[in-house]
Design a protein around this ligand. Structure first.
Ligand SMILES: [Cu+2]
Length: 254
């Protein structure tokens, strides 16, 4: 009798240790969130959720109030003060009542990752307008993608040093990007400023873990947490398999 009780304890302790020992450091899954607030009176808002594990990131963005039917460049900006320009920043820098992407750089830094819908995600694709999501008729943008980033980008995201910026707005309210609204873009003179000026911005900060823990609040036992961990791992595994599967599917069949 006593012996079997001891055996249970002996088994339980190592299992508890095992469950508690999450993978350490950069491989540990971390979730971050950014509330995107309007810049340049765009009226655009959104929520971005980012999960980072090692150098793999999953980015989900839901925005509203963007110019319908037009592509919206979106990036991780890293550098500067790791923040979004406040109201009036445009007037402080250049008295034209609008904030260009360059004018925002002291606040949010350079483009480090291009949140494209397919293909390259490096800064080289910063203005690849044909690979950014277009806003729906109601001005909404839904974006979801999992991809690899360089180590320094992953580290900056984890550190809370990344800012998400969505670009593209309609200064003269004519329903399209044109030079009449704000002249040429500071990034590419062939593009209108309307296509590249920042419309929404938010800094990525660690998402509170309370959301998941709250569900287990009543029981006090470690069980529910363990189950949640297991479910999460399974979901990640399924998501990972799906991602690989899609990539393989894209290859030409003949
Ligand atoms: Cu940007």
């Amino acid at each position: 009798m006593k012996n079997s009780k001891l055996a249970v304890i002996a088994l339980a302790v190592p299992m508890g240790v095992f469950v508690g020992a999450a993978p350490a450091g950069a491989d540990e899954t971390m979730k971050l969130r950014a509330d995107l607030a309007p810049l340049n009176d765009s009226g655009a808002r959104g929520t971005a959720m980012v999960t980072v594990q090692g150098t793999r990131v999953t980015v989900d963005i839901e925005s509203s109030g963007l110019l319908a039917g037009q592509p919206h460049a979106q990036h991780f900006h890293i550098g500067g003060k790791h923040m979004c320009p406040g109201p009036g920043a445009a007037d402080d820098i250049e008295d034209d009542d609008r904030l260009s992407t360059t004018e925002g750089k002291p606040f949010y830094g350079d483009i480090k990752t291009s949140l494209t819908t397919k293909g390259d995600t490096s800064p080289d694709s910063g203005l690849a307008v044909d690979r950014f999501p277009a806003a729906a008729d109601d001005g909404g943008v839904s974006y979801s993608r999992t991809f690899e980033v360089p180590k320094d980008v992953a580290a900056a995201v984890r550190a809370g040093d990344a800012v998400i910026v969505q670009h593209g707005l309609d200064y003269n309210d004519n329903g399209k990007y044109d030079m009449d609204g704000g002249g040429k873009s500071d990034l590419d003179p062939k593009l209108p400023a309307e296509a590249t000026d920042p419309a929404a911005c938010g800094r990525l900060t660690a998402a509170p873990t309370g959301g998941m823990a709250a569900g287990a609040g009543g029981t006090g036992a470690q069980g529910p947490d363990t189950m949640l961990l297991g479910t999460g791992a399974a979901l990640l595994a399924v998501a990972g398999a799906g991602f690989l599967g899609r990539r393989r599917m894209r290859r030409p069949l003949r």
